[in-house]
Structures are given as structure tokens and as C-alpha cells.
Design a protein around this ligand. Sequence first.
Ligand code: AMP
Length: 414
Amino acid sequence: MKVLVIGTGAREHALCRSLSQDPAVSELHCAPGNAGIARVATLHPVDQLDGDAVTALARELGADLVVVGPEAPLVAGVAEPLRAAGIPVFGPGKEAARLEGSKAFAKDVMAAAGVPTARSYVCTTEQEAAEALDAFGAPYVVKDDGLAAGKGVVVTEDRAAALEHAVACGRVVIEEYLDGPEVSLFAITDGTTVLPLVPAQDFKRALDGDQGPNTGGMGAYSPLPWAPEGLVAEVLESVLQPTVDELRHRGTPFSGLLYAGLALTSRGTRVIEFNARFGDPETQVVLARLRTPLAGVLLAAANGTLGELEPLRWSDEAAVTVVMASEGYPASPRTGDPIEGLDAAEADGTAFVLHAGTAPGPDGAVLTAGGRVLSVTAVGADLAEARARAYAGVAEISFKGAQHRTDIAAGAAR
Ligand code: AMP
């Protein structure tokens, strides 16, 4: 099978790593990719938002499957020309991707499907926003309606800051605050059959102890020893299947990866958000535990044959990933610094490095090229061992101003 992966981040590196280990994959390509992906796939400098260019590349390569990693190309409609050309594609079309592309659309789908989520108002004026903030009270939750790379959400006790964010965004969803631990649950679907993956937890805030601004994600772990038994079955029944059914009934079936961000509140499980693609950094730990070869699963989702697939097989081991970000992330990341210690981090074979914002430099050097620079992932017999191994890898890597959280999975590993 020839597979083309679209994207540039650590999620795509994780996908490429798993695909490269799948004996069914004979050729692996990535567009545009990054310095780490180049080690397992052939890179192509194609604009990931240009559906025609991606389709032309897929045709030229004779790709049997195209896997679209990030949300931006999905929301931009990159899947459509690929499907029109008869090329199997893993990832929803533009309409279904609005589940992530518009928070207001997601709320509408959830209401129609009876999916439990926070009560909310869609607001477009300062007055509407002020009224919604006062209706719910503090802590205030204000979400940019559109795509914001995980950074469009402000959760604050400060009413003025909440209102300022609402005004700056224009169109926002203001919702009730959900208390309780968060879980990310991914499901692979072909638009009808839904296969949940294993739950993971990510760490959205920049600093230890969940302090600092929201980021794209600073680390993740799986499994969740504290999660209630039966959680996956409950979320499949109350969230994932009804959502997939609702979109199919609307004539815009969702195939690809449906990501449910959940809060386990005292009043039950609630959806915080949907995403239309694998989450980064949870993908790193979820795929590290997947034993079933990945390509066949993604192809079955693309071809509408997931119902015929054997149940997915999982490792009992635990996985932890720690993101290393550049100085100034998320506000104003510094780039262009050489990264040292990449080989040393993988030397003992227990941890692996997945690249995100990296670029090749002179003489084989690898330079920082984005906010989240890379992630170090490790598996172990339990979370404590996986965590120790991941942090041992992190300790080997250095670049100017590097930052990472030191408490990823710390609470759960105790
Ligand atoms: P989102 O981009 O919607 O996942 O939001 C980013 C983060 O903001 C989430 O992971 C939560 O930590 C937080 N958040 C979003 N919505 C709520 C809510 N209704 N109540 C509490 N926290 C929230």
C-alpha cells in the first residue's frame, strides 16, 4: 500500500512512524512534513491547504490512501477533490469537518443528537456576550467560533478579560463552566461504524500545575487508571455514535477521526469540544499503545468497511509523551535555534522523538521552527516507568530557551 500523509506536526510524525512499521505499507510519503518525518517518509513540498495540488501529488504517487492530519486542510475541503478523484482519504469532508471548524455548528449537532454538553449561547455583539457571561457567572468560558489551533478558548474568573476576548473574536460561544477531570477519547469512523480508541489525557496549559495560557497541548498519557469503568462504552453510546449518526442523517457523513474532548463532571460526562482529526499530543500515546497495524484501519475507515474489521488490539503498557516548546511559546515562539541531543534521547531504545516545529539546518543540524518543537514519547510497564523514560529522553535534548512541563502524568503515576 502506498500512503500519503498530509501535515507537518508531531501528530503526523506519530502517524508516519506507525505507518512505517506496518508491513502492508510499501511506500510512505508526506507533504509537506518536517525534519523528523523525513527519516521515515519521502517529503513533498506541497501546500497542504491546496486540494488540487494534494490530489495531483496523490495521483502522481499512485497513492492507495491519503491521510489528512491537521484540521486546517480538512476544514478547507482538501478531502473533496481527493474523493472526487476516487482516491481513498482518511478525514472528513468540509461540511462534516465543521464539527471542529465551528463551535456553534458543533453545539447545533450535539443538541440535535441529544449529546450531553455545556449549556451555551452563540454571541456576536458585546451586549449579547455580557448578558451570556452574567447568565452563567464565573468562571467564564469564552470560545472563538472558528479554528484557533487550540488557543481560541479563554477560561477566566476575570469578567473584563472574558468580555475583551469575546469582542476581539467577534463571534463566540459562551458556555457554562464544566468542573471535573478531562478525557480525550478518539474514535475512528467510516460514517456508520464507530471504533473508539483508548482514552488519554492531555495537558493544555503551558506551565506546571495547569498554570499559564492555553496551548496546543504540552503532554499526554494513556491509560487513565482513575477513569471510571465503562467510560468508553458510555461515551460511544451517548456521544460518538449519536454524533456520527446525526451527520450521516444530515447527508454529510463524517469519516475519519472523531475526537471527543470530555469533562467528567459531578453531573455526568459532558462534551467540551469535538475535533475532526487526531489530537496532538494524545496521538503520540494512543498510537504507541496500538498493536493492530494502522494502515488497514485507516483504509477501512476511508472505504466504508470498518464494520468488517477485527477488534483493535492494544498493549497493556502505559505511554507518556512530553512536549518541548520554544522560548516564548505560545505567545511569540522563538525559532531558528539548533537542537542538540536528538540521537542521545533515543539511544537506549526506550524513548522516541517525534518532531513538530523543526527544520533541517546546515551540516545535518536540526533547527527549531515553531512553537511546539518536538515531543518525547516512551512506553513502560506502568505510567511511572513510561514517565521516567520520557523525561530521561527530554533531559538529553537541549535548545536555547527550551521549555517543557515537569508534571505530565505525575498525578496519575503516583
Ligand atoms: P477547547 O479548545 O474547547 O478544548 O478548550 C480548551 C480547554 O479549555 C479545554 O481543554 C478545557 O480545559 C477548557 N475548557 C473549554 N471549555 C470549558 C468549559 N465549558 N468548562 C471548563 N473548561 C473548559
